[in-house]
Ligand binder design. Structure first.
Ligand SMILES: [Zn+2]
Length: 461
């Protein structure tokens, strides 16, 4: 694992060569931007995404984070003058979105590098019955061992069936102690002897397949969380991640099924974000459901219904003390698997859109900047918007601008609400192995821009 400069650790890139490559890439990116501003009024502006040739250093990343954070606290709108001397006043969030996405581009490279290192470390440890395997070899060996064991089982079964056939013939014989009977018995004994002689080999093949299968299951379990843990560790170089010292604050009616399992899921959030939730005057009530997951910010809830939903005793003094109706924020997620719930991190991100507002920077505003950049035409996304479409057939109330997102759901918009689906789905993707990690896995489209936006926001806001 990389260590920060402050910890005296090595740099991911420390060579002069890397710095030169970085400087060259930054220069080229600046040139590209200039061309867009001068000539192409109808071209969609792309974010500043220098193509790093090597892994950026922590010094470079820390500088980029400082730039983004400076912009977050800067209330001045950014002004740009185009080739026809027209002045464009850009929304405040636009510059922040651009700067934080740039951080995300750098972090994506560092995370991929870290994942590759950790995967190699894991592979170095795959030894089954004294033989070393790579992940791919292990997969192939497991399949081959299964075929070999299956073949042996078929042969053994055929041998047994032959003895059963002889048993049938013997049972139908009227005369005993005949030469024919003796012949059949000899044949039967021979078949059984062959069957028994193959048994140790059958057991051996069974054990080999069992050992390989177990090694593969163990490896898959570790691989599943390797990207999540590497992403958390890389972000932890820049800011504290996970539950603060004083824990997580939630409404007392919350269901212990969810609250007891928060630790692993909460590791995916910056500590500052969780503090914003803790300090918000309307606490969040947490509950699990196998139906639909959702977050409602400051809705009016009937206490009896809420009690029913979260398995509280409706006649208890606490529930009675709520009075008629009360304002609550309600988060309902699917239960955790192995202490981790992708659905919880999705819904908790929606809470963040309402409660985490550092220096006035609203997450949903940044998401809007991102959505506009992706779904509007023209420089600074001032051109006409891509049309809205129904998200699902037959659902007039759910509309999306599908762009070329990994899933059309990401472009969903809710009238009059602060929530968007860019961060919630993105956080689920980068930590929860969803939507192909936005990296084109599991048959999804790759969307490095979306991934960079999510990582950048997690690092800087
Ligand atoms: Zn959502």
């Amino acid at each position: 694992m990389c260590q920060t400069k402050k910890e005296g650790g090595r740099r991911c890139a420390r060579h002069q060569r890397t710095r030169k490559a970085y400087d060259r890439a930054t220069y080229e990116a600046t040139q590209v931007k200039t061309v867009v501003a001068e000539h192409a009024d109808d071209v969609k502006v792309s974010p500043v995404t220098p193509e790093f040739i090597d892994v950026p250093s922590w010094e470079q990343i820390e500088d980029a984070v400082a730039d983004a954070r400076r912009l977050t606290g800067d209330p001045e709108p950014r002004v740009q003058i185009d080739s026809k001397n027209r002045i464009h006043v850009l929304p405040h969030g636009w510059a922040v979105e651009e700067a934080s996405t740039r951080v995300g581009v750098m972090l994506s490279i560092v995370i991929d590098d870290e994942v590759a290192k950790r995967t190699a470390e894991l592979e170095a440890d795959i030894v089954v019955d004294g033989k070393h395997y790579t992940a791919k070899e292990l997969d192939e060996a497991k399949e081959e061992a299964l075929i070999e064991f299956d073949d042996m089982c078929i042969i053994q079964r055929e041998t047994l069936e032959k003895t059963w056939h002889i048993d049938g013939q013997l049972a139908r014989m009227n005369d005993i102690d005949t030469p024919a009977e003796a012949k059949l018995n000899r044949k039967r004994e021979k078949l059984l002897a062959t069957y028994n002689s193959r048994e140790p080999e059958q057991d051996r093949l069974n054990k080999v397949h069992g050992d390989l299968r177990k090694a593969k299951t163990d490896l898959d379990k570790k691989l599943k969380f390797i990207r999540r843990d590497a992403t958390i560790d890389v972000l932890a170089h820049l800011r504290r991640m996970g539950v603060p010292e004083d824990g997580v604050v939630y409404d007392f009616i919350s269901s212990p099924i969810l609250t007891d399992e928060l630790g692993e899921s909460m590791k995916c959030f910056p500590t500052d974000w969780i503090r914003s939730s803790n300090n918000h005057p309307t606490k969040v009530a947490l509950d699990t459901s196998m139906g639909r997951a959702y977050y409602v910010h400051e809705g009016i809830f009937d206490p009896l219904k809420a009690a029913e939903a979260t398995n509280q005793e409706p006649e208890s003094e606490e529930v009675k003390s709520w009075g008629e109706k009360r304002v609550m924020s309600m988060l309902v997620a699917f239960p955790s698997i192995g202490g981790f719930s992708p659905s919880f991190i999705h819904e908790f991100t929606h809470r963040m859109e309402y409660v985490h507002v550092p220096e006035g920077a609203r997450l949903a505003e940044l998401e809007d900047m991102f959505l506009r950049r992706r779904t509007n035409a023209g420089p600074h996304a001032k051109g006409p918007r891509q049309g809205k479409r129904r998200y699902k057939l037959g659902r007039k109330d759910e509309m999306t601008r599908p762009d070329d997102f990994a899933d059309p759901y990401f472009g969903k918009e809710y009238e009059g609400l602060r929530a968007r689906e860019i961060l919630s789905t993105g956080i689920e993707a980068v930590f929860g192995n969803k939507f192909g990690n936005l990296m084109g896995m599991d048959g999804y489209k790759a969307d490095p821009d979306h991934r960079a936006f999510v990582l950048g926001v997690l690092a800087t806001i």
